[in-house]
Structure formats: structure tokens, C-alpha cells
Design a binder for this molecule. Structure first.
Ligand code: 5GP
Length: 125
């Protein structure tokens, strides 16, 4: 079920628990602003999620409330992770699902990185 992005941040959402180390994850990268880990149900040969360290429900929440330093740090971390995964030369796809129409399921902002194969034209189903 998609989330209701107007609800306040839930400290017990699954990604908050991953950030606190209460639930295991396959970590790819971490710095002051971001944590990256493999998606539990990969949709591509490489499927990594990058989440901000701060408590932001969604892309909308993040772009409204995060500081310039957090936005810069998070954006730069995504680039660091894609290069670490050696996706920069073959290329990759980024995706953010936001709210109900976006079918966002976890109420902590996450950017999907897909890579490791040729993608076709974008399909929105
Ligand atoms: P959304 O639809 O919210 O954009 O995507 C949520 C993503 O989180 C899905 O791709 C799903 O497989 C992934 N996910 C959900 N629960 C877990 C978990 O406990 N661990 C990891 N690594 N990924 C999860």
C-alpha cells in the first residue's frame, strides 16, 4: 500500500530502523548525509537504495525542509554511490516514488539506483 505523505515522520519505519542498525541491511556506502544499501527485492542486477540520514518522509518533505547542506550532501552521495558501483560509464537509472500516485511504500525518502543492464524507454505503469 502506498503511504500517506502528509502524515508525520514515523520513527519506527523500516528504513529508520535500518539506519539505527536495528534491522540488518547490505550496506554499500555511508557518510554524514546518506546511507546506501541493496534493495531486498532487486528489480535489476544492481538495485541500491540511498536514503538521507535525516528524518524526511518523502522527496516533497526533503526538498521543503532539508538544509542546503543536507540536500547537497545527499545528492553528492548518490553520485558517489553510482561511481562506487561502477555504473557511471555504462549508465544507470534513478527513481523516486513520492506519495500515493507515486506508489511510495516506505515513509522515509529513498532514491532507487538501478543498473547492470540496458533499460528500455521509460515506462510508467
Ligand atoms: P518504494 O515503493 O517505497 O519506492 O520502494 C520501497 C523499496 O524498499 C522496495 O523496492 C522494497 O523492496 C524495499 N524494501 C522494503 N523493505 C525493505 C527492507 O527491509 N530492506 C531492504 N533492503 N529493502 C526493503
Amino acid at each position: 500500500m502506498p503511504i500517506d505523505p502528509s502524515l508525520p515522520y514515523d520513527d519506527n519505519n523500516i528504513f529508520a530502523r535500518i539506519l539505527r542498525g536495528e534491522i540488518p541491511s547490505k550496506k554499500v556506502w555511508e557518510d554524514d548525509y546518506a546511507f546506501a544499501f541493496h534493495d531486498i527485492r532487486p528489480q535489476a542486477p544492481v538495485h541500491v537504495l540511498v536514503i538521507p540520514k535525516g528524518a524526511y518522509v518523502s522527496w516533497d518533505d526533503f526538498t521543503l525542509k532539508a538544509s542546503d547542506a543536507e540536500i547537497a550532501g545527499f545528492t553528492r552521495a548518490i553520485g558517489t554511490v553510482t561511481r562506487l558501483l561502477e555504473l557511471d560509464t555504462p549508465g544507470y537509472r534513478l527513481m523516486v516514488n513520492m506519495g500515493g500516485h507515486g506508489h511510495q511504500e516506505v515513509p522515509h525518502l529513498h532514491v532507487h539506483i538501478f543498473g547492470g543492464r540496458q533499460f528500455l524507454h521509460m515506462i510508467c505503469d
